[in-house]
Design a protein around this ligand. Structure first.
Ligand code: C5P
Length: 275
């Protein structure tokens, strides 16, 4: 049995540069990962099985359309059938929320299947499968801080300090395609140069305005995070609706979490740290 962590990804900055003819967008983004997330358990079995457990299990269907089963099938398409597998997805991240839950699950499935099949985690075929599965899956397969270009699949490593971070989602699922479609097609410029923190602080998320138009609750999340004492940076991640706040001190992160949980008990709120 293998249990692979599927940590949440954040986009500390996300600059949309152009719309492409294939319908995707050229972007420049700073991907980071946090300590917490979903996990995927893979066990060789008599026959294939797939189940979803955990606090956000009900947001997903266990049928063939799940990204985990698609990943399993794509892996087999490249590397051969192997043993039947029982796969259990433990879903702790809200679905369609801009923190890469589905992409992280796909990447964890690829890592786990590679290990069971004796495929090197650095096998370039894994990255190719990842890029086919979704724009964020290659970054999640790498699983560490990266600058992403192109659709997000062209990756360059960079380092980030392990700062405390608070993630908050107001319980509104947002469609990534709808948010990208709402981008105003104005190129506001490249990622700034410098270390990861400089890039984050001087960067933007160009998907914030279209996401806020679709889900006005994001405004409230950003306002509440922005009012937290000791906060360093507040921004939406990916296509939303999850927003994050970076802190220098864990105590400030914990205080902000307590305040937001008391004011908005229905929101999802995770105190974690960059890795
Ligand atoms: O690649 P993925 O399937 O995760 O993307 C979901 C949707 O997000 C795409 O269908 C597209 O509408 C949008 N997208 C985009 N440009 C990107 C990444 C995603 O337009 N770079």
């Amino acid at each position: 049995m293998i249990v692979e962590p599927a940590p949440a990804k954040l986009n500390l900055a996300l600059h949309v540069r152009a719309r492409r003819d294939d319908g995707y967008h050229e972007l420049e983004t700073l991907f980071v990962f946090v300590r917490d997330g979903d996990s995927v358990r893979l066990t060789p079995a008599e026959r294939d099985g797939f189940a979803i457990i955990g606090p956000f299990a009900s947001g997903l269907s266990g049928e063939g359309d799940n990204l985990v089963t698609r990943t399993r099938d794509a892996f087999r398409g490249t590397f051969g059938a192997g043993d039947p597998l029982s796969i259990v997805l433990d879903k702790h991240l809200p679905v369609a929320s801009g923190i890469g839950g589905g992409s992280a699950d796909a990447a964890a499935t690829l890592r786990g299947m590679a290990q069971l099949a004796g495929v090197s985690p650095d096998d370039p075929a894994l990255m190719a499968i990842a890029a086919d599965l979704g724009s964020d899956v290659p970054a999640c397969l790498a699983g560490r801080t990266m600058i992403g270009r192109g659709r997000g699949e062209q990756l360059t490593p960079i380092k980030v300090p392990p700062l405390p971070v608070l993630l908050v989602n107001p319980g509104v699922a947002v469609s990534t395609a709808a948010v990208f479609a709402g981008w105003d097609r104005i190129d506001r410029g490249a990622l700034p140069n410098g270390d990861a923190l400089t890039i984050a602080l001087a960067g933007r998320n160009d998907l914030e305005p279209p996401a806020r138009a679709l889900a006005p609750a994001i405004d409230t999340v950003l306002d509440m995070l922005g009012a937290a004492p000791g906060v360093r940076l507040v921004r939406m991640s990916g296509s939303g609706a999850t927003c994050f706040a970076l802190f220098d001190r864990e105590e400030d992160c914990a205080t902000a979490a307590t305040t937001i949980r008391a004011a908005q008990p229905g929101w999802w709120c995770l105190e974690t740290a960059l890795t």
